[in-house]
Design a protein around this ligand. Structure first.
Ligand SMILES: *[C@@H]1O[C@H](CO)[C@@H](O)[C@H](O)[C@H]1NC(C)=O
Ligand SMILES: *[C@@H]1O[C@H](CO)[C@@H](O)[C@H](O)[C@H]1NC(C)=O
Ligand SMILES: *[C@@H]1O[C@H](CO)[C@@H](O)[C@H](O)[C@H]1NC(C)=O
Ligand SMILES: *[C@@H]1O[C@H](CO)[C@@H](O)[C@H](O)[C@H]1NC(C)=O
Ligand SMILES: *[C@@H]1O[C@H](CO)[C@@H](O)[C@H](O)[C@H]1NC(C)=O
Length: 463
């Protein structure tokens, strides 16, 4: 319950002066407020967090402002300061300093947004997405180093490990945090939270909260499936797994790989073309009869590795531990490519922020898609599908339906929410990792701040 310094103070209560002295130093400016001195604009009821998202196509800035309850506060009529620049850090592979300097306009915007006297206590972080790895180990390390130099020379609070390539596991974790925060679940018991499944291009992330008991009984299997997080005043144990190579684009490649020298029964009738992923080319050719639901399903299940050996008690697929299930996945939100397909393929209303569906709705769309007899018929029945996705209509739906049912063990009757944005305090907010990362930073900061303040009050009262 107590932080270490407070504990030490209580332990050595017979020698309180050093502690009192220490807390007064930490709270110097706050003390000014309490004793009625002029306090300029310092307001320690607010916490700002600055997050940079280093994507492959551009760099993005997010500044968030929280109150002591970790609720978002507005800045100029918005809940975040946001801007982006192109190209991304990886475009400056040959010149790390130029890469770092490309962030200066965004950094200046961040400094404009954060009050000067709060800047020394405002964390600045950068998460680069996996695209930065593609420039090579040595070059990406130099770029990150140059960014650290830039940040450490700014007036914001900086630590070396706050500039990193963000792993799929972290992305999944912070996505869960952002989603549950916007839904208003954080601060409640784990059983009231929602699980998330996020289908990206290259990888797939699954995250949900488990009970303390389940966390302490988790099998030790080399990989850290379970992490502990302090959020909005409460500890959560999260099960997170990132399935590398199982994103939508990567999944297509895996499905086409086994039929590179023949026809593929997931491809719509009359199409013959090439598919490229990660620099590898695959043939994508339909059979004479066109797509076939049952043969396509077999092909997809093989790509998912559903029959891979399970070394632990319960697996999802490809031999991955399932986390044991539980109340933290009673409600499930599915996002990104799940949203794009559901929206384009008519499973949910085009343009809806989110919608509740059952997996039977997915199945129905998949059956219809795999039964069309030509690309023309497909574009009539599925008018919102982009031309380049049309040949893969049956494949993409089959992949998603199979992931959710055979992969994650959900039934056709299961209701899930397809989500792009969440309505929060009058704004439509993206549940993306930068917000989740900011919430965790603010939760940690605010708690130590409140404990400091209480400690000060305690001693102020005593003397
Ligand atoms: C500090 O900020 C909080 C949250 O915005 C606000 O409610 C409070 O009135 C502010 N206090 C001062 C002294 O400005
Ligand atoms: C550090 O920041 C100062 C002022 O913000 C600037 O003048 C100086 O050039 C910076 N140094 C480096 C190495 O970026
Ligand atoms: C599926 O399993 C096979 C054989 O174990 C393996 O080579 C392949 O990489 C797995 N697929 C993925 C996407 O991990
Ligand atoms: C698929 O076949 C083509 C030749 O038709 C070849 O160039 C390509 O490398 C093959 N792709 C894979 C993944 O084997
Ligand atoms: C785990 O597997 C056991 C048997 O292997 C089964 O009885 C149980 O229902 C499974 N639990 C979950 C959550 O799937």
């Amino acid at each position: 319950m107590f932080t270490k310094p407070l504990f030490l103070c209580l332990l050595f209560f017979l020698l309180p002066l050093p502690c009192l002295f220490g807390s007064l130093i930490n709270l110097g400016r706050r003390a000014g407020v309490v004793t009625g001195e002029v306090s300029n604009k310092f307001n320690d009821s607010e916490t700002y967090v600055v997050i940079f998202d280093g994507g492959s196509t551009g760099s993005r800035l997010h500044v968030f402002r929280f109150d002591d309850n970790i609720d978002l506060l507005q800045m100029n009529g918005r809940l975040e300061v946001y801007d982006k620049i192109a190209p991304g850090l990886s475009s400056y592979a040959e010149n790390p300093d130029e890469a770092a300097n490309s962030l200066i306009p965004l950094l200046n915007e961040a400094l404009d947004a954060v009050p000067e006297n709060l800047q020394p206590v405002t964390p600045i972080k950068l998460g680069a997405t996996a695209g930065l790895r593609l420039v090579g180990e040595g070059k990406s390390r130099k770029i990150l180093k140059a960014v650290r130099r830039l940040f450490s020379n700014s007036s914001l609070l900086f630590k070396k490990n706050w500039v990193e390539i963000i792993s799929g596991t972290h992305e999944g974790t912070y996505f869960w945090v952002a989603m549950n925060y916007l839904l208003g679940h954080l601060g409640n018991d784990y059983s009231k939270t929602a699980g998330v499944i996020d289908l990206g291009g290259g990888s797939l992330q699954m995250a949900y909260a488990i009970s303390d008991e389940a966390a302490s009984n988790a099998p030790s299997i080399g990989e850290d499936y379970i992490t502990k997080h302090y959020l909005k005043g409460k500890n959560y144990y999260l099960y997170v797994h990132s399935y590398l190579g199982y994103g939508e684009r990567a999944g297509r490649a895996e499905i086409l790989k086994s039929t590179n020298d023949s026809v593929n029964y997931c491809i719509l009738s009359g199409y013959s073309g090439k598919y490229q992923y990660n620099g590898v080319t695959y043939n994508a050719r339909s059979s004479l009869e066109g797509s076939d639901y049952n043969i396509c399903r077999e092909n997809v299940l093989k790509a998912l590795n559903v029959s891979a050996k399970c070394e632990v008690k319960n697996c999802t697929f490809n031999g991955v531990w399932s986390g044991g299930g539980g109340a933290g996945q009673d409600k499930i939100y599915i996002a990104t490519a799940f949203y794009y397909r559901a929206s384009d393929d008519g499973i949910i209303e085009k343009g809806a922020l989110s919608a509740d569906i059952t997996l039977a709705d997915y199945k129905k769309a998949t059956v219809t898609a795999c039964a069309v007899n030509s690309l023309e018929e497909a574009s009539t029945k599925f008018p919102n599908v982009e031309t380049q996705n049309l040949p893969y209509l049956c494949m993409d739906l089959m992949y998603q339906y199979s992931l959710l049912t055979t992969g994650f063990g959900l039934t056709d009757e299961k209701e899930v929410t397809v989500v792009e944005k969440v309505h929060y305090r009058g704004f439509d907010m993206d549940a993306a990792w930068p917000l989740g990362s900011a919430i965790e930073a603010a939760s940690t900061k605010t708690t130590s701040k409140l404990q400091m303040r209480n400690m000060y009050r305690f001693w102020a009262h005593k003397y």
